[in-house]
Design a protein around this ligand. Structure first.
Ligand code: MTE
Ligand code: CO
Length: 422
């Protein structure tokens, strides 16, 4: 909100602001700091009295130093080693639908492979007429497309199956990002190699020390998968698979193989570690679901949220993200009373197939305690379930594919807590 420029009004508005924020001592809360009078109108601010840095100081730009708290974070007890590491997107600090490259969550099974692009090769072999090897330059010479997609790790919200656990949407929902990829349709590469009639599956393998690999059915490979080398215009970041990763729209992040080195065509799935011991869903009856590739529709209110408390009463904007692995998001609903009453949120910005959408719901907060929820509805008519509904089918032994409705309890102090409603 714009502060009044009249100094008298400004002081009183600051008093109101401080009164509203009284009792708020939330770790990680940003802003709310006292301004330096010297820099405020009618004074001429310090930065207006001297020359600024020239262009040479930052050949590759970085965010303002005042945004130093807007960073990926990890949870020490969750993954403390390079054999299995994860960092989370600071969703509560972002807006719009595009995740800045430096803030995209990372998930590595053996750390970040450092690949010299000159030594990079992509092999295609197995049930093909002509095995092929592509250099990065080869890939860049082929016709390319630009697509905006979300990527969500199947384990996103995985710690919440048995109840509210982590206090912050960065940790409960931060294994998702949404960027624009530039790359070659996988179909094109497969056609160049020539598929044998019995080639019904492929195995994609990464060049990292884990050689992480997954089986993908041919119909998906020929439909919309990309062999991508750019994200948001620049080359992939090392942590996102530089120089080349597989893009598998709408499907669980694990199959988006990074540092892609090999594609083998076969006539059945490989049943690799990542699709047997991991990335299967243990059900209530002891059976495990396999190959649950598609990500179900999901949403989360990113602000207010535990790391983004409300600092004052009055007009405020609820903001959040929604996405679905089955197509476009059609509608997002928001509830202030734990799911008893719903109203339609306002989606603003582009709505792409299998990309994040940004939603808003404005309201006047009178300081009452609220239970904030959002639910996504996609173009197939699928409605994001409550956690109770989800557990009826899935039990509580799962890790992956938790798309239950998130509840944030907004306290009278403005603080927000991760809770569950019955
Ligand atoms: N590919 C390789 N080669 N090695 C990996 O560890 N992690 C997978 C997938 N691809 C992984 C990989 C998992 S579990 C996820 S969720 C996504 O990459 C994460 O992609 P990101 O790090 O770009 O967010
Ligand atoms: Co993952």
């Amino acid at each position: 909100m714009i502060e009044p420029t009249d100094p008298e009004k400004k002081r009183s508005s600051r008093r109101r602001f401080l009164a509203g924020a009284a009792g708020l001592a939330v770790a990680g809360a940003t802003g709310a700091a006292r301004a330096d009078e010297k820099n405020l109108p009618p004074n001429v601010a310090g930065w207006s009295k001297q020359l600024g840095e020239g262009v040479a100081s930052h050949p590759y730009g970085a965010p303002s130093k005042f945004e130093k708290d807007v960073v990926r974070r990890d949870v020490q007890w969750l993954t403390a080693s390079r054999e299995s590491s994860v960092s989370f997107t600071p969703l509560h600090e972002l807006d719009g639908i595009i995740t800045p490259n430096g803030l995209c969550f990372e998930r590595h099974h053996s750390g970040i492979a450092e690949i010299d692009p000159n030594d990079y090769r992509l092999m295609i072999h197995g049930l093909v007429d002509k095995p092929l090897t592509f250099t990065l330059e080869d890939l860049k010479r082929l016709p390319r497309v630009n697509r905006i997609y979300f990527l969500e790790c199947a384990a996103n919200s995985g710690m919440e199956w048995r109840g509210a656990q982590l206090n912050g949407c960065q940790y409960t929902h931060g294994m998702v990002h949404c960027v624009q990829y530039t790359g070659v349709p996988l179909k094109l590469l497969l056609e160049q190699a020539g598929l044998k009639p019995n080639a019904t599956w492929l195995m994609a393998e990464g060049g990292d020390a884990a050689a992480m690999n997954r089986s993908i059915p041919m119909a998906k490979a020929l439909d919309d998968c990309l062999v991508a080398y750019r994200m948001n215009g620049e080359m992939l970041r090392p942590e996102q698979g530089y120089p080349v990763r597989l893009v598998v729209p709408g499907w669980e992040g694990n199959v988006w193989v990074k540092w892609l080195r090999r594609i083998k065509l076969g006539d059945q799935p490989w049943y690799t570690r990542e699709e047997t011991a991991k990335y299967t869903d243990l059900l209530e009856n002891g059976k495990a679901r396999k190959f649950t590739f598609e990500m179900d529709a999901k949403s989360v209110i990113t602000s207010p949220s535990p790391q983004a408390p409300l600092k004052r009463k009055g007009f405020t904007v609820i903001s959040g993200l929604a996405w679905s692995g089955r197509g476009k998001i059609k509608r997002v609903d928001v509830s202030l009373d734990g799911g008893r009453n719903w109203r339609t949120a306002r989606i603003d910005g582009p709505v792409f197939d299998r990309a994040c959408v940004r939603f808003y719901a404005e309201f006047d907060w009178n300081g009452a305690e609220l239970l904030l929820q959002s639910r996504a509805i996609d173009e197939t008519g699928y409605v994001q379930p409550s956690k109770a509904e989800l557990r009826k089918i899935r039990g509580v032994n799962s890790i992956y594919h938790n798309n239950g409705i998130q509840t944030w309890a907004l306290r009278a102090s403005g603080e927000v807590e991760n809770v569950e409603v019955g």
